[in-house]
Ligand binder design. Sequence first.
Ligand SMILES: [Zn+2]
Length: 375
Amino acid sequence: MIVAKTFRFRLEPNAGQRQLFARFAGCCRFVFNQGLAARKASYETEGKTLSYADQCKALPDMKKAEATAWLRKVHSQVLQQALKDLDAAYQHFFRRVKGGEVPGFPRFKKKGQKDAFRYPQGVKAEAGRVYLPKIGWVAYRDSRPVEGVILQATIKREGEHWFVSLACEVELQDPAPLPVTEERAVGIDVGLKSFAVLSDGTAIENPRYLKSALAKLKQAQRRLARKTKRSNNWKKQVAKVVKLHIQVKNARKDFAHKASTVIVKNHDVIAVEDLNIKGMVKNRRLSRAISDVGWGLFLDMLAYKAAWAGKHFVKIGRFEATSKTCSTCGEKKAMPLSVRTYACGGCGTVMDRDWNASLNIRAAGLAVLNACGGV
Ligand SMILES: [Zn+2]
């Protein structure tokens, strides 16, 4: 089994490397913006869309020209990759137009926003350091080894730090699939009150460090709203908000990793509801809470960790009435969101709403696996 794994590390560049990072990112931004301008001009004057190959041909001339000779100092594949990214942005745009959406057109990049560059090949990694062509060995803050073959490396600035993401292909031994057993099966209901409720009755709460990071972020955002736009104090506050955003993102990821690892370790069958998170986020009342908790990330982690361990991960359809059905006798009743307790008129069961749902999810997951001959 070949799986994709991404390794992300915070880099510790020296002063010279830091300068090179800024230069590489700046050159990529320049090439991207030039490419975008050229595409727009060609479309407006000749009604023709330039291809990636057309645009690559223009690169050597840009390097020869005196005014843009500084591009020579940057690895040529890194510059080509900027054009490839532009091409991908175009493709993505037209795919969405075809799908009936009204997406935003690819935009010019501004300095200091999403500073990044990418290598399609030539990157090597050892414990604690990574080799970037035309930059050299750069230390990173982690002792995890990189596994597999590096397919692509992205170097990106987040706040004041630079990070590297290594997209790798790792060959794993196919794990023998574990048998489906009722005792080792769990259903998970992701809720708004708790982060998630398991069918064994455990409620997983959002950790305190995430809550406090969120509170700090909200406060910083409120302060930002009160400042005069583009003033010095406003700029300082923007930097604070960006920093807190990164903290929240990392805290959420860290928590999702911990929670998913424990669940996969303790169970062989993991059933969840297919949430169609995009659809739910459109519902305004729920949207804030939902985009805050990061379930998509959590479910993805559960899925791949289960696959690596040879365990069963089942997503059940989102039209199953998991909240409305009594997990003991199967009777159904209306359950508006405000009702936190399920009280069954048929068999007299009284239990927490989310726990009841998680039991139904577990049963539905087992039914799916049994129907597929999983036992
Ligand atoms: Zn009942």
